[in-house]
Design a protein around this ligand. Structure first.
Ligand code: F6R
Length: 242
């Protein structure tokens, strides 16, 4: 794993956006794996800015998102569909049919998961997967003890994850208890991974990711075995490693 240390969050966002833009220039029909949460917001802002200033086009880009809550519809304000629309898709020239996010409102969850993996396969895999990391080492919604060989599947969200995400909902009771997530194997099949880590609260998590054992108890640890992972971390996140 290669580590790039940045001064702060906005520097981290610029560095990550540059890498994505570089890929888009090299491969205008690239498949981007996208994440939600607080960490990638700055990257999306930078991509929007670059699209406005430099007309980088997304006309042939396809996107697949990591995850979506179960039980809320795409137009729910807290769905990851809404998040992606609000933070990125509405501002760039991407074709709506080229953006893919699991359907959390499906009446056949198993079929939805299977078809999501088939879709990624049909797109010839993910060229670059953007990842954040949870304090407990989760990637996507793959909580500790998820099998490293998992494909897209339905997960029961850990209480700690529901608490962390309740900041976006009016109360913790409103946070869905299940989600659909790409599996760890699905993520590991990506050709390139960019993992973003920001802030002091993630410093211990990052230290464990870099120096800890590879174990299903800490899902992100498997990234140590991926051939092309770049961690972009700000000084605060690096404070224990430095
Ligand atoms: C989001 C996702 C999650 C987040 C993680 C960190 O699509 O898959 O794994 O990346 O929970 O979230 P933030 O960035 O809000 O700290």
């Amino acid at each position: 794993m290669k580590i790039i240390q940045t001064k702060d969050y906005s520097h981290l966002s610029r560095v990550a956006a540059e890498k994505i833009i570089h890929l888009i220039k090299q491969k205008p029909n690239a498949v981007l794996g996208l994440a939600t949460g607080s960490t990638p917001k700055g990257v999306y802002e930078q991509l929007v800015l670059d699209h406005k200033q430099n007309q980088t086009t997304y006309q042939h880009i396809r996107t697949v998102n990591l995850d979506e809550y179960v039980g809320i519809s795409a137009d729910h304000p807290n769905s990851y569909h809404s998040f992606m629309r609000k933070n990125l898709f509405q501002y760039i020239d991407i074709h709506p049919n080229h953006t893919h996010i699991p359907n959390g409102k499906t009446d056949n969850l198993d079929k939805e998961c299977l078809e999501y993996d088939q879709l990624i396969h049909k797109l010839s895999g993910i060229d670059l997967q953007l990842l954040g990391i949870g304090h407990n080492g989760h990637i996507g919604f793959n909580e500790p003890h998820t099998s490293f060989s998992s494909q897209t599947h339905v997960v029961q969200l850990a209480q700690s994850t529901r608490e962390a995400n309740s900041r976006f909902f009016s109360s913790i009771e409103d946070v869905p208890s299940q989600a659909i997530t790409m599996g760890i194997q699905t993520i590991m099949n990506s050709k390139q991974i960019l993992l973003l880590v920001s802030g002091k609260s993630k410093a211990k998590t990052l230290e464990r990711l870099v120096n800890g054992f590879v174990t299903e108890a800490f899902p992100a640890s498997i990234l140590q075995q991926h051939p092309n992972v770049t961690i972009i971390a700000d000084e605060d996140a690096m404070s224990i490693l430095n």
